[in-house]
Design a protein around this ligand. Structure first.
Ligand code: BTN
Length: 270
């Protein structure tokens, strides 16, 4: 675990010239930063509002999973977005976050991470960071979206739940020393501003998809897609314009969206 608590003043100073990250809400313990961010969004919080916690008692992951969030072990943050996009494009927000976080980690630590579709950040095939994108809409128009980010910063592998121990890593594991979480939070927030407000909202979707594809380690891999009883094998070949993964299977091309109850794993080749 990090040896000191987050210093909010340091985060605020680093984000002084960034339009996102204002205001910042910091709590020692939250059930989930997503819940506070949602509450704030419902009461009109501005785009870029940032929620941070030192620990989460009920951290949430995708597909109903839990997110292990011990005190000072990670970065647990949620950002309120007010994107001028339709619900059918909401997946692109999580893709933008995946690109943003990869870029931030590269800039701050000079680490080359990979994105596993839709939005896991891996280092050396192990999960370093997860993203949970949630959106609320009126009709087809998104009125707010909450992007939740969990980065494993300083978690001893032995403390991780057994089922994820072999498949997870942390910045401490990789770098071998303690890192400054404030720097990371600020860098991620700045990159999220860049890839949402300055790119996606500005109609530069192609630029985003191109950068995402460049960083996505899933493309070209043989994958197994499970949905209910159905299991399909195929090769991940592209990212669709809405952020779906296009998988070429024996039954033809299949476009899979992250919102559907699909589970995706890289096939183990015999
Ligand atoms: C996943 O990979 O399943 C997504 C994990 C997202 C975890 C973050 S931690 C901050 C925010 N609050 C939550 O409860 N979840 C997200």
């Amino acid at each position: 675990m990090s040896t000191r608590n987050l210093d909010l003043a340091v985060v605020e100073k680093a984000l002084k010239s960034c339009p996102f990250g204002h205001p910042v809400f910091f709590r020692e313990t939250l059930s989930s930063t997503q819940e506070l961010a949602k509450e704030l969004a419902r009461s009109g919080a501005a785009e870029g509002t940032l929620v941070l916690a030192e620990r989460q008692s009920d951290g949430r992951g995708r597909l109903g999973r839990r997110w292990f969030s011990p005190k000072r072990g990670g970065v647990y943050m949620s950002i309120v977005l007010r994107p001028p996009i339709l619900l059918s494009d909401a997946q692109l927000l999580s893709l933008a976050a995946a690109v943003a976080i990869s870029e931030a980690i590269d800039k701050v630590y000079n680490l080359k991470v990979q994105v596993k579709w839709p939005n896991d950040i891996l280092y050396d095939q192990k999960k370093l960071c997860g993203i949970l994108g949630e959106a609320a809409a009126v009709g087809e128009q998104v009125i707010y979206s909450i992007i939740g980010i969990g980065v494993n910063v300083d978690i001893l592998p032995s403390l991780l739940p057994a089922e994820i121990r072999e498949r997870a890593t942390s910045l401490r594991d990789i770098l071998g020393h303690e890192v400054c979480r404030e720097d990371l939070i600020a860098a991620i927030t700045k990159e999220i501003y860049r890839w949402t407000k300055e790119t996606l909202y500005e109609g530069k979707k192609e630029e985003l998809l191109h950068e995402y594809e460049r960083r996505c380690g899933t493309l070209g891999q043989e994958v197994v897609v499970e949905s209910g009883q159905k299991v399909l094998r195929g090769v991940a070949k592209a990212i669709g314009p809405d952020g779906a993964l296009v998988v070429s299977t024996a039954e033809g091309d299949l476009s899979i969206t992250a919102a559907a109850a699909y589970r995706l794993r890289t096939a183990r080749l015999a």
